[in-house]
Design a protein around this ligand. Structure first.
Ligand code: BTN
Length: 276
C-alpha cells in the first residue's frame, strides 16, 4: 500500500484532491491521470506514485523518480477557456510547490522561471504542464448548443526531490540539483509535504480561476530567483542575455536586452542557461 493513500482523509480542499489515487509504481503519473480522464475522472483527480519508471521532464527530458524518495504527482484540471493557459498553470504549480516547501521545511525555496523550484541555487523540484483538447459533441453537455468543439484538459505534474541523498543522484543531475533533506540536514515528512502541496495547489488554482493575476504576479516577484538579475536564456535554439525587469503571469518574463529593447518570453520553449 502506498502511504499517499492516507491523504484523502480530512483533506479540506475544494477542487484539487477531490479524488486521490496512489500507486507503488507507474510509468508516469501524468499518463495515469490522462487514462483516468479518458474514463471520465473529475477535475482535481490526483495521482501519486512511489516510483516512476519513465517520468517526463520539460523539453523531452526524462525525470529521475527513485522509489520512496520524492513526491511524484499529477493532477487533472479542466479550467474554462482562456483561464487555462499552460504558462500560467506552470506558474501556479511552481508557486504552490515553493509555498508548500517553505511551510513544511522552512527552507527558503525560490522559483526559477518558468518551472524550477530552487533551494540555495540548486533545483529541488520541477513542474510540467501538458495540455490537450478533448473533442466532444453538442450532445455531451456543451452549453454552446449545436457547437461541436473541444474542452481543454490540463495535466499538471510536479516532481519534488524530498529525501534523496546527494550521493545517490545520477551524475548528470547531481551537478545542478539537490534534495530537501540534503538542504535541511534531516529527513522531511513526505506525507505532510504532499498534504500541504495539495492545499497550496487548490488555493493557487482557485486564485487563477478568479483571475486574480496581481496576486499571482506579486507572489511570483517575491519568490523569483531571477528578478532584477542578469540571465542568459535560450528560446527555440536562440540565446538571449538581459536583465529580468518583470514577471507577469500572462506576459511571461520581461527581459531588458543589452540593446536596450524589452522582450517578453512566455516560457513554453525556453530554458534559463545561467543566472547570476
Ligand atoms: C522539469 O523540471 O523538467 C519538470 C519535471 C516534472 C516531473 C513530474 S514527476 C510527476 C509528473 N509525472 C511525470 O512524468 N512528470 C511529472
Amino acid at each position: 500500500m502506498s502511504p499517499f493513500e492516507e491523504l484523502q482523509r480530512n483533506l479540506r480542499t475544494r477542487i484539487v484532491g477531490r479524488r486521490i489515487h496512489a500507486y507503488e509504481m507507474v510509468i508516469s503519473t501524468s499518463d495515469v491521470v490522462r487514462e483516468l480522464a479518458d474514463r471520465g475522472a473529475e477535475e482535481g483527480t490526483v495521482v501519486f506514485a512511489e516510483e516512476q519508471t519513465c517520468g517526463r521532464g520539460r523539453l523531452g527530458r526524462t525525470w529521475w523518480s527513485p522509489r520512496g524518495r520524492g513526491i511524484w504527482m499529477s493532477v487533472l484540471l479542466r479550467p474554462p477557456v482562456h483561464r487555462g493557459t499552460v504558462p500560467m498553470t506552470t506558474i501556479i504549480g511552481a508557486l504552490a510547490t515553493a509555498d508548500a516547501v517553505r511551510a513544511v521545511t522552512r527552507l527558503p525555496a525560490m522559483i526559477r522561471w518558468p518551472n524550477d523550484v530552487l533551494v540555495g541555487g540548486r533545483k529541488v523540484a520541477g513542474v510540467l504542464v501538458e495540455a490537450r483538447t478533448v473533442s466532444r459533441t453538442s450532445s455531451e453537455g456543451s452549453q454552446d448548443r449545436g457547437h461541436v468543439g473541444g474542452d481543454r484538459e490540463l495535466v499538471l505534474g510536479i516532481g519534488i526531490d524530498v529525501n534523496v541523498p546527494q550521493a545517490e543522484m545520477p551524475e548528470d543531475i547531481a551537478g545542478f540539483a539537490t534534495s530537501l533533506s540534503e538542504a535541511a540536514g534531516e529527513d522531511i515528512d513526505r506525507l505532510k509535504l504532499a498534504r500541504t502541496l495539495l492545499i497550496e495547489l487548490d488555493r493557487w488554482y482557485r486564485i487563477k480561476l478568479a483571475q486574480n493575476i496581481e496576486a499571482i504576479n506579486q507572489r511570483w516577484r517575491e519568490l523569483s530567483a531571477t528578478f532584477g538579475r542578469t540571465i542568459v536564456l535560450e528560446e527555440n535554439g536562440k540565446r538571449y542575455e538581459g536583465t529580468v525587469i518583470d514577471v507577469d503571469a500572462r506576459l511571461g518574463l520581461a527581459l531588458r536586452l543589452s540593446s536596450g529593447n524589452i522582450r517578453n518570453f512566455r516560457g513554453e520553449h525556453v530554458t534559463v542557461i545561467t543566472h547570476g
